[in-house]
Design a protein around this ligand. Sequence first.
Ligand SMILES: [Zn+2]
Ligand SMILES: [Zn+2]
Length: 131
Amino acid sequence: MPIANCKRCGRMYNRMGREICPNCIREEDKMLNDIRSYLRKNKLANITEVAEGTGVEYEIIVDMIRDGRLMLRDNPNLMYPCERCSTPTQAGRFCASCTQELARGLSVASAELRDKNSQEPKGRGFYSRSN
Ligand SMILES: [Zn+2]
Ligand SMILES: [Zn+2]
């Protein structure tokens, strides 16, 4: 079993998939429960209000949403900025349009790479002479 330092409290633990130790997982579960019950009563709360209402740090709440541990269904105001353009978003690291753009950018980049490879001159002596 691999031993790791907990990302959250720094203690050594037997790593089982998560980057935090069983103690911290328990604590996080408790926080998640607190957040969920707060949200049931305050559907229109934003993250700052949830942080104040539950005592859980803003960044931890955002992390939970990003990781998909905290699912937002009826909470339209629970938003955090996209990592790329800062547009408020409710899931993942990027907003919907950045996700789309990044996906497009990736396919453009790989298409360019394909073109470049196919246009590469082949069999010209002076390219290999410098080796
Ligand atoms: Zn820990
Ligand atoms: Zn964005």
